[in-house]
Design a protein around this ligand. Structure first.
Ligand code: KIV
Ligand code: NA
Length: 266
């Protein structure tokens, strides 16, 4: 695959071509994903759950994120690498700068952080220093205790309006990508239309500019964890290998057959 850049990702949105994103945490999967059409690999702090067996992403450390970012970078063949800043690693601007630098030096092309308005000046500072930033709105798992559990966000009018405003301000502050997690399809569509930068949805319906799933979820590795928005891509009759499942995912994102309404929220 040709190497993806911020510009090639932006031009996918400009040409209305959906962007295929998956998480990975090691070099073998990074190689497989990047050689089968996945344009962005997210080294997600979801590794707290799928690699470490924790209940949430809260225990994940910067050192662990750097380790997995190095592993992914070693196997990657051209995907854009986005690494999560873990819990409380961007509580102050100084921390955000120092810890983003560590992720970039480990091999990330972009860092991701969770939240809206309070992050505007942090995003501006990172962008000014040449660190591309992806933000994350809706269900932000690092705040799971404050949100009162893993549930759909933005169903009430005021909350929806706040999310739209946050998204616009984040773009103005310099964010280059926005993840929307567990958001009603209609709201995700409106945000995607209002922004110039691409939106990447998970549980946000089919109208975002791209889709992301946690790798272990879409491979059906944990049968007891099957939220509505997850599809097991190993189940298809035409799928005989993990590579087939990845190709199928990319194809279904590109032709907009995934996610279906059964994977989306009203
Ligand atoms: O950590 C992660 O895997 C994520 C995605 C679910 C967007 O943040
Ligand atoms: Na994450």
């Amino acid at each position: 695959m040709k190497s993806q850049t911020l510009h090639s990702i932006q031009s996918l949105k400009n040409n209305q071509q959906p962007i295929a994103v998956l998480t990975a945490y090691d070099s073998s999967f990074a190689k497989l994903l990047s050689e089968n059409g996945v344009e962005i690999i997210l080294i997600g702090d979801s590794l707290g759950m799928v690699i470490q067996g924790q209940q949430t992403t809260v225990p994940v450390t910067l050192e662990q994120m750097c380790y997995h970012t190095r592993c992914v970078a070693a196997g990657n063949n051209g995907a854009l690498l986005v690494a999560d800043l873990p819990y409380m690693s961007y509580a102050t601007e100084a921390q955000a700068i120092e810890n983003s630098a560590a992720l970039m030096q480990a091999g990330a092309n972009m860092v991701k952080l969770e939240g809206g308005e309070w992050l505007l000046s942090t995003i501006k500072k990172l962008s000014e220093r040449g660190i591309p930033v992806c933000t994350h709105l809706g269900l932000t798992p690092q705040s799971v205790d404050a949100l009162g559990g893993f549930k759909v966000q933005g169903r009430e009018e005021q909350q929806a309006q706040q999310m739209i405003n946050d998204a616009i301000e984040l773009e103005k502050a310099g964010a280059k990508l926005l993840v929307l997690e567990c958001v009603p399809q209609k709201l995700a569509k409106e945000i995607s239309q209002k922004l110039t930068i691409p939106t990447i949805g998970i549980g946000a319906g089919k109208e975002t500019d791209g889709q992301v799933l946690v790798l272990h979820d879409m491979l059906g590795l944990n049968d007891s964890f099957r939220p509505k928005f997850v599809k097991n891509f190993m189940h298809d009759d035409s799928v005989h290998s993990i590579a087939d499942a990845i190709k199928n995912y990319v194809e279904q994102v590109k032709n907009k057959t995934f996610p279906g309404s059964e994977h989306s929220f009203d």
